[in-house]
Design a protein around this ligand. Structure first.
Ligand code: BEZ
Ligand code: FE
Length: 292
């Protein structure tokens, strides 16, 4: 009796045979996801035709990635970031109507429970760096102001480090704060100009970037989570368009609509108005929220 069509594994029918074995899966979503993943993975092996040594090296790379993970370090998320998968998952989950601000990756440095401040507060607690004012409006997609919107902001310092990366060196909750808009929807706060920084690159993902001829840097940015009752929460950044890495963000987070203008203000009268002793950077950026 011929074995053709028996369901035994061959190079040609490999993906179908494996997927068919999952027929009894209880969760249809898991079954669907595994069918797609198996099909694409087998397709990749057939195209790449790895040697046994290469496949073992791939397994060892994933093993090292797992060993690098602990409560503070998530090397698999970094891998997803540098492969553009984090941004793709974000894009698929944050499709918005025209006129609404765009999302980008959350990143690992957000902290719950940052201090709530009055507008104008300086979130730089150690006076290090070039002074900066960030201001703008929170509106709906028709341009009407949103009252009571929470603007949760965090950023790296002028050396490219978050407070949590320099515990004991930077004050706790340095360069973080939560602001609440009034009836006119405006927000403003003082801070320092952020600097570009490398994503953690002392592990297998950093080595992979090096082997691929890529750098680990993220261009200078400020993170925002903007929330308001009745609106889709916005998790995003604004970027310095003059940053040397603006066109090669290691995690692909930059979007055209998120480029802000960083204008140097050298007028002493304007510095006095915002309470700075000398020149400062002025960043004006509006966010439009989509209704849920
Ligand atoms: C961040 O911008 O904080 C970030 C995003 C992805 C990976 C590492 C850091
Ligand atoms: Fe960041």
């Amino acid at each position: 009796m011929t074995k053709t069509g028996s369901g035994y594994f061959t190079e040609e029918n490999s993906a179908e045979v494996v997927a068919a074995r999952n027929e009894g899966a209880r969760d249809p979503r898991l079954k669907f996801a595994m069918e797609v993943i198996i099909r694409k993975l087998h397709e990749a092996v057939k195209e790449i035709e790895p040697t046994q040594e290469e496949w073992f090296e791939a397994i060892m790379f994933l093993t090292r990635t797992g060993h690098m993970c602990d409560d503070w370090r998530q090397e698999f998320i970094l891998l997803s970031d540098v492969l553009g998968v984090s941004m793709l998952v974000d894009a698929v989950n944050s499709r918005r109507p025209t006129g609404a601000s765009e999302n980008t990756v959350l990143g690992p440095f957000h902290l719950d429970g940052a201090p709530e401040y009055e507008m104008g507060h300086n979130i730089c607690l150690d006076q290090k760096g070039e002074d900066m004012v960030v201001r703008g409006r929170i509106t709906d997609t028709d341009g009407s102001p949103i009252e009571g919107a929470k603007v949760d902001v965090w950023q790296a310092n002028d050396e490219g480090f978050y407070d949590v990366q320099q515990k004991g060196h930077q004050p706790d909750f340095n360069l973080r704060g939560v602001f609440t808009t009034g009836a006119d929807g405006t927000y403003w706060f003082r801070a320092v100009k952020p600097k570009f920084y490398p994503i953690p690159d002392d592990g297998p993902v950093g080595k992979l970037l090096g082997a691929l001829g890529r750098h680990p840097f993220r261009p200078a940015h400020l993170h925002f989570i903007v929330t308001a009752e009745g609106y889709d929460p916005l998790t995003t950044h604004i970027f310095d368009p003059d940053d040397p890495h603006i066109d090669s963000d290691a995690v692909f987070g930059v979007k055209e609509s998120l480029l802000a203008d960083f204008d140097l203000v050298e007028d002493p009268a304007r510095s006095a108005e915002v309470g700075f002793p000398g020149p400062y950077w002025d960043v004006n950026f509006d966010f439009a929220l989509a209704r849920t």
